[in-house]
Write a protein that binds this ligand. Structure first.
Ligand code: FAD
Length: 485
């Protein structure tokens, strides 16, 4: 075998997955089609759960620095730092869940950060390697890879397609990818416009939505719904789209390319077929509205990393890997659902104008604002764990904690190990598979003790005054970190 796991794609999801695998002591290889990292601006930030996960891996200081920069850029570009639902910028994330913060970071900067993190773990990315073929045997997966010096094969126990929305791994392994076709095509172009005054003001128009600013023009074009084009965005294409959306002819003094994407919403039927798995955009595509793609994909990687590592090490029953689909598929489906709603709210016409006015008014109600904030962040989502104990936090991602008033959870979680934070930790036999930390308090009035999986999910918890060594704790230890199988 060339590696325990071949990770296909060095986008943010592939990079984080490889890092999680390496942290857990298995050998990943990362294969990337591009000869050098992409610098294309896409996402401008990551959601609460992904930001918390990266802080737990020691990347908090870098995220904080980028966040300060991102806040200034967001205020400049949108006139507000509130996030949006269907481009109605009213969502106050900090108010919904105080103390739980996402991080504004441009995608190329995030990828740089993750590459350095991965490099620090001794894993390098193999650039210029395009996966074109796959064969699966009972104990291994063979991938055919094209490089500038010819084709070669990589063999590993598992392969994970983190190769984006047009995933070759998904197609080669025969994953179904059902969903809904696009309602619109979005184009962002970097261009200097001649006579910008001749354009209508930015906003909703008869054919969609038009944005323009110094050096930038964008259309949400509801008259163009053809998915799957791969040609580079051209000035003529943008000009035609502006004509359809705004009924205006635009001249460019200069044109520097840009991005085209649609709001088609599709999701793999399952995230695992035998020894081949999918994560990130390879597993789900949807419109970027609400900025959820990275949060979703990075949390796929967090969920999958430790489970795949335990499977490779022979420490887990096969069923553990299947919980990757059963836990993550509903989360992806929920994101597709809300992005479809946002697309509907962006359609042109007086009926949707009226609906948007009503939604905008509703968003002024704190409860609605909180609901939408949690919808976009995924903070309220709980996995249906097999032994639901009484504590309402079981199955949720752990909020930031301060141990004994001084040590943050981030300081004890960097190694990626399961953690038992417990006032009687020394008396509990975890079989060496869990780091048990003796604590006096967790700085959270709802929690006296917690068992955390490496992805930060609460596998068991006790509230103050509850039994601290119930059968549920032993069950949770045996379910997630079994002594034998
Ligand atoms: C304009 C825009 C704005 C966005 N804004 C946001 C936002 O604000 N917030 C947010 O969360 N998300 C946003 N997104 C979505 C976000 O960018 C994606 O969800 C994210 O890039 C997915 O990461 P990934 O690693 O799964 O896939 P990708 O980033 O697509 O990475 C896949 C990698 O696989 C490589 N690859 C492909 N095929 C092969 C092959 N056959 N062999 C080897 N390598 C291969 C590719 O070269 C690429 O490097 C936005 C997207 C766009 C387009």
């Amino acid at each position: 075998m060339d590696a325990d796991v071949v990770v296909v794609g060095a986008g943010p999801v592939g990079l984080l997955l490889a890092a999680e695998l390496a942290l857990a002591g298995v050998r990943p290889i990362v294969l990337e089609r591009l000869d050098s990292p992409a610098e294309q601006p896409k996402a401008r930030g990551i959601g609460v759960l992904a930001a918390e996960a990266l802080r737990r891996r020691g990347l908090g200081a870098d995220l904080h620095r980028e966040h300060e920069r991102g806040l200034r850029a967001l205020a400049r570009d949108h006139g507000t730092t509130k996030t949006h639902f269907a481009w109605i910028h009213k969502i106050q994330q900090d108010a919904a869940d105080p103390g739980r913060r996402g991080a504004l970071i441009e995608q190329p900067a995030l990828e740089r950060l993750l590459r350095e993190h991965l490099q620090g773990l001794g894993v390098r990315v193999h650039h210029g390697c395009t996966v074109t073929g796959r064969q699966e045997g009972p104990d291994e997966v063979d991938l055919t890879v094209e490089t500038s010096t010819g084709s070669r094969r990589f063999t590993a126990a598992f392969a994970v397609g983190c190769d984006g929305g047009h995933s070759a791994v998904r197609t080669l392994a025969g994953f179904g990818f059902p969903g809904t076709p696009p309602l619109m095509t979005v184009r962002y172009a970097h261009a200097e416009i001649r006579d910008r005054d001749l354009l209508p003001p930015p906003g909703r128009l008869a054919g969609g939505t038009l944005f323009h600013d110094d050096g930038l023009i964008a259309t949400f074009d509801f008259a163009d719904t053809a998915p799957g084009r791969s040609a580079l965005l051209s000035a003529d294409e943008v000009r035609d789209s502006v004509r359809r959306v705004a009924g205006a002819d635009v001249e460019f003094v200069s044109f520097h390319g840009g991005l085209r994407f649609t709001d088609q919403a599709r999701q793999a039927e399952t995230y695992r077929r035998g020894r081949t798995l999918l994560a990130g955009d390879a597993a789900h595509v949807h419109s970027p509205n609400g900025g959820q793609g990275l949060n979703l994909g990075l949390m796929d990687a967090m969920n999958l990393g430790w489970k795949l590592a335990a499977t490779v090490r022979g420490e887990a029953p096969d069923s553990l890997l299947d919980t990757y689909t059963s836990e993550r598929h509903p989360v992806g489906a929920a994101v597709l659902h809300n992005t479809r709603a946002q697309s509907a709210l962006l359609a042109p016409g007086p009926h949707v104008d009226a609906l948007r006015d009503i939604i905008s008014d509703l968003m002024d109600l704190p409860e609605v604002n909180r609901h939408l904030s949690r919808l976009l962040s995924g903070v309220a989502h709980r996995y249906p764990l097999p032994h639901p104990a009484g504590h309402p936090a079981v199955g949720a991602h752990c909020p930031p904690l301060t141990i004994d008033g001084i040590v943050s959870l981030d300081q004890v979680a960097a190694g990626g190990r399961p953690l038992l934070l417990h006032p009687q930790a020394k008396q509990i036999d975890t079989g060496g598979r869990v780091d048990a930390v003796q604590i006096d308090g967790l700085g959270d009035e709802r929690l006296a003790a917690v068992l955390l999986r490496p992805d930060g999910v609460i596998a068991w918890a006790a509230a103050p005054g509850e039994d601290l060594q119930p059968a549920a704790l032993r069950q949770a230890l045996q379910t997630w970190f079994p002594a034998t199988h």
